[in-house]
Design a binder for this molecule. Structure first.
Ligand code: PMP
Length: 424
């Protein structure tokens, strides 16, 4: 006998849609809160509306204008309206692969490149497309890796780093982790130059890390969104040291100043075969479909290596190097230790020398420190705890981007940057 239950058979009024939502969320372990990054920016904006001058070292947005020829192409293609191929326009993938081959010496191939609305979505898609992989996240790390792993249903493991290891995971640490926890599919997330640290591996240490990853069959997701803004020596892509196991992401958001355009790129190495790329294309076709057509057209211009593009990149690197080192020197001179940055636009100072003085003022955590810096000094930084540092570790991220990048690019840089930016 079959029975059917209708809403009218249920005793009492049925829960409302809002109540169903509340019940569902009560035991939903995928919950993700708005990030601390957004919170600080909200507070900064609020203080500004009250007439306070805020130094905005909180938000990691490029201070430089978008590469002007790419803006012109975007305008010319404003009426483009077609859906484009899921993997991205073939002409764009060709240009992206050529850009990375030419500027970084890697072996990117157009047929192995996937274009998406931002590299953030590519990182998530990649985690989602792996068969139950342990995601290894060196801490501190960019805010979204751990929540993304959780949303993708993958177990995430923190690999703790320290000031003394330049906030980098060491080859010995990776080796120890793999030995102690047995064989498994693992995805190690690397990000150099790093957010929040601004630091990269020295070539020799990178080679050793790559050898360990290879020995244990660890896949590496190398988030190189700041690669073209490496400003102390050359950026060394991880794929040069571990070509067969490194998935690399990048995009227009940082080096091209176009975060809001939403265009990210991924290269899947040939040695990994077709299954992963096929999964990713499936995910892409069922979710984002393709990146906006005018943006893809503009990206072809941005990724075409010309003398104008190289000059644009070089000018950004020069200014970021000078400003980053100047900020680091100022912090050091005030007794706040930090590392001079290798690339991108972040510093990760450690205020622990002031621990006792701060404690006497009721400040014991990095979040309390950044809240008070904002309130009392009008300086917005993000607390180290937002990036996975212990809350009592008095670290913070300083994004040295509160300047008019457009005006700087118009200027010739001084002959001697070092002395121009020297500490008085
Ligand atoms: N990785 C890192 C380390 C980042 O800092 C960011 C942007 N803040 C992203 C990825 C995401 O960049 P996109 O705009 O390409 O999604």
């Amino acid at each position: 006998m079959t029975t059917s239950v209708s809403a009218s058979d249920v005793p009492g009024p049925a829960p409302s849609a809002a109540e169903w939502l509340d019940r569902g969320y009560a035991d939903d372990h995928n919950a993700t809160a708005a990030s601390d990054t957004l919170l600080i920016n909200e507070q900064s904006r609020l203080l500004e509306t009250q007439g306070r001058r805020i130094t905005k070292f909180g938000f990691g947005q490029s201070p430089f204008p978008v590469f002007p020829p790419a803006v012109e192409t975007l305008a010319e293609h404003a009426a483009d309206k077609a859906y484009l191929p899921v993997q991205g326009m073939a002409a764009l993938r060709e240009q992206v692969a050529a850009f990375h081959r030419h500027l970084e010496g890697t072996d990117w191939r157009a047929e192995r490149v996937l274009i998406a609305p931002g590299s953030k979505l590519l990182l998530f898609a990649l985690m989602k497309a792996l068969p139950r992989a342990e995601v290894l996240i060196p801490a501190p790390a960019w805010v979204s890796y751990a929540p993304q792993a959780r949303l993708a249903g993958q177990p995430a493991v923190r690999l703790e780093t320290s000031f003394d290891s330049r906030w980098l995971v060491t080859p010995a640490q990776l080796d120890r982790h793999c030995r102690e926890h047995g064989p498994s599919l693992r995805l190690l997330i690397l990000n150099a130059p790093g957010n929040p640290t601004g630091l990269s591996y020295e070539p020799e240490m990178q080679r050793e890390l790559a050898a360990v990853a290879k020995r244990h069959g660890v896949l590496v997701l190398s988030d190189e969104i700041y690669g073209p803004l490496h400003h102390r020596g050359e950026h060394r892509p991880f794929a040069l040291d571990y070509p067969e196991g490194t998935l690399t992401t990048s995009g227009l958001s940082k080096w091209c100043g176009a975060g809001g355009w939403r265009l990210g790129v991924l290269n899947v190495p040939e040695a990994l075969g077709d299954a992963l790329l096929t999964r990713l294309l499936g995910l892409a076709s069922e979710t984002w479909s393709s990146v906006a057509s005018p943006v893809q057209a503009a990206a072809i211009t941005a990724y075409s290596v010309t003398p104008a593009l190289e000059a644009y990149l070089e000018a950004q690197r020069q200014w970021l190097s000078a400003i980053g080192r100047w900020c680091a020197q100022r912090l050091e001179a005030a007794g706040i230790r930090t590392h001079a940055p290798d690339g991108g636009f972040y510093l990760f100072p450690d205020f622990s020398a002031y621990r006792e003085i701060l404690r006497a003022r009721g400040i014991a955590t990095s979040a309390e420190l950044t809240a008070r810096l904002l309130e009392e000094a009008g300086i917005a930084l993000l607390p180290g705890s937002a990036f996975g540092c212990e809350s009592t570790q008095l670290t913070a991220r300083l994004a040295y981007v509160d300047f008019d990048g457009g005006a700087l690019l118009e200027r010739d840089y001084p002959d001697d940057l070092e002395s121009a930016m020297a500490v008085p």
